[in-house]
Design a protein around this ligand. Structure first.
Ligand code: ARG
Length: 286
């Protein structure tokens, strides 16, 4: 979600940067080729499961209409964040956006590489809690299947990839500085899975959300400066070759005391198992 909150975030970060010696304020990080925040350019050839959500109707034609990330978990299935498909972002319940597409295989959003795949249907977790941000997951079913090589496996509960201290990487086309400098090409930053106790300390309950260890995980680096940011939401956090998180929320971007918070994929799997007995999915016009 980059539009609804971006203005507020930009203002608060500009103030922060002016008063604090933060990695975000360092000129060496100002270049657009230097983020997620604190990341580096990577190629979709090496990470084909990282996809962009697009609506040119709603977000304009530059950068292919990108507004969130997603991840290919099955040849026709993309996971993203519930808040990416909520009323704040796409303008209404159940897909008012007629031209929603998933862009796969495109590093540079100003190119026409790869494929723009229309959406057959989408399902937004009806239990997503806007106050805590718990349950931030949605499922997009593609109208045409991607090759099997695009799919990344998901880490289920108990997988060692969730252990605190595990190295992980977060991917996206979002803001690279926290000041609204959206990337043109895919970026990734290396972070570590943090202990639930640290995440709870960072987010005991506040305006951005409340950390809940059953449905979330958090990741960062002690010195800060490496993180997801606005526009990365819904995109992958990968550890040991498996998907462990979806970019969900945080306080600012890359602040040392405010790690990035992710939807815990093992919990999302439980939510998805139950979804067939829940609300029917909403069909897109495609
Ligand atoms: N909510 C943001 C989005 O919609 C993602 C924020 C992630 N922030 C962070 N500091 N990790 O794009």
């Amino acid at each position: 979600m980059r539009h609804a909150r971006a203005r507020v975030l930009t203002t608060s970060l500009a103030v922060l940067a002016a008063v604090a010696v933060s990695p975000l304020a360092s000129p060496s990080r100002a270049a657009a080729d230097d983020g997620v925040v604190g990341g580096q350019q990577v190629s979709v050839g090496d990470s084909p499961w990282a996809v962009a959500l697009s609506s040119r109707d709603r977000f304009g034609g530059s950068r292919s209409g990108q507004f969130c990330g997603g991840v290919v978990v099955d040849r026709s299935t993309v996971l993203t964040a519930a808040h990416c498909l909520g009323p704040d972002v796409i303008g209404g319940p159940g897909g008012t956006v007629r031209d929603l597409k998933v862009i796969a295989g495109r590093d540079d959003l100003e190119s026409t590489a790869g494929a723009e795949i229309p959406v057959r249907s989408m399902w937004v977790n009806p239990d997503y809690d806007e106050r805590t941000n718990a349950g931030d997951v949605a499922v997009i079913t593609l109208s045409t299947a991607l090759p099997a090589g695009y799919v990344i496996p998901m880490a289920d509960e108990g997988d060692p990839a969730y252990r605190p201290g595990t190295g992980a990487a977060v991917y996206g086309w979002g803001d690279t500085t926290g000041a609204g400098d959206y990337a043109r090409t895919l970026h990734a930053a290396r972070v570590q899975v943090l202990a639930d106790s640290a995440c709870e300390r960072a987010y005991p309950g506040g305006p951005e959300g409340t950390y809940q260890s059953d449905s979330m995980l958090c990741a960062g680096v002690p010195e800060g400066g490496k993180d997801a940011c606005q526009g990365d939401s819904g995109g992958p956090l990968v550890a040991q070759g498996k998907l462990i998180g979806l970019v969900s929320w945080g306080s600012g971007c890359g602040r040392p005391e405010s790690p990035g918070v992710y939807t815990r994929v093992s919990d999302a799997l439980r939510v998805l198992e139950q979804r067939t007995s829940r609300l029917p999915s909403v069909s897109e016009g495609a």
